[in-house]
Design a protein around this ligand. Structure first.
Ligand SMILES: [Zn+2]
Length: 286
């Protein structure tokens, strides 16, 4: 999963799938730049795949059909292309969904930008979801969940994704800049006075690493949390090679530190975080 914030929702869905507890319908915040459509397509293929592991296998007949855009058991209404989604297109979808799966597996209906559905269209979807066929899943994205019928929302499971938001706080941005320079050996690493300060720095570290991760993969670079650091991060991604796996590992390290700290008062967070920083700085010196 290229977008770090989609990893957790993905793993949760896979776990539900393995446990046979998938909901009939999921909906999530539409955010193309941050990967919402890619996420839906990935899930669509996963559900159709004949032998899925942690994602679709990419090799089975279903996957090949899907990749060629010819899978007979999946349908998409893309609201991005139209002013509104009328009841006719939903009825068409409804008709397809009611038929037996051509490939004998699951059927998947997708609606992107579902907030553009007319009330009539929304009611038509609701009707299917009130008595959902067992072998059918609905994947829905919406730019504005409030504009979906409440009754429809109550029939679907909300997939919560914490998309990045750009940080506007100048103090935090200059702290992030200081930390990055410290990791690169341009100045000393920040001093961690106490637990509270260390917790703030932990958030800054995680945000900075997530930005770095995006920059090193050349994705969504207009979505950085610390947008003013884009140039510095670009430089660091270009000249100091740190692998995506390593950066992801450091992000998990931040999260684990936070969890350990929350779970126990005896953790010396300032010390542990400064150790982590020193190790990261060492890797940059290699
Ligand atoms: Zn497959």
């Amino acid at each position: 999963m290229a977008f770090p914030w989609l990893r957790e929702p993905w793993l949760q869905l896979i776990a539900s799938a393995k446990a046979g507890r998938l909901a009939h319908a999921y909906y999530l915040q539409h955010n193309v730049e941050a990967g919402s459509t890619e996420f839906i397509h990935r899930l669509q293929q996963f559900l159709l795949c004949n032998q899925p592991g942690k994602s679709a296998c990419g090799k089975c007949k279903s996957c090949l059909l899907y990749q060629s855009g010819n899978h007979p058991d999946t349908w998409t209404i893309d609201g991005a292309e139209v002013n509104r989604i009328g009841v006719d297109s939903v009825r068409e979808l409804q008709k397809n969904v009611m038929q037996t799966a051509n490939q004998g597996g699951l059927k998947v209906a997708v609606i992107l930008r579902a907030e553009k559905m007319t009330e009539q269209a929304g009611n038509a979807v609701l009707k299917v979801l009130e008595e959902p066929p067992a072998d059918t899943h609905w994947l829905v994205s919406t730019a504005d969940a409030e504009r979906l019928l409440p009754t429809l929302r109550s029939r679907m499971q909300w997939l919560s994704v914490s998309y990045p938001t750009t940080v506007q706080n100048d103090e935090q941005i200059s702290s992030a800049k200081e930390l990055l320079a410290g990791l690169r050996g341009h100045n000393g690493l920040p001093l961690l006075k106490d637990k509270e300060a260390a917790l703030d720095w932990l958030d800054i570290s995680e945000n900075l690493l997530l930005d770095w991760l995006l920059m090193s993969q050349d994705i969504a670079i207009n979505r950085l949390r610390y947008q003013p650091l884009a140039d510095d991060l670009r430089q660091v991604s270009r000249f100091k090679w740190v692998s995506v796996a390593e950066l992801s590992g450091w992000v998990s390290e931040c999260r684990q530190l936070r969890q350990r700290f929350q779970g126990s008062t005896g953790i010396n967070l300032p010390l542990l975080l400064s150790f982590a920083w020193s190790r990261w700085a060492d890797s940059l010196l290699r």
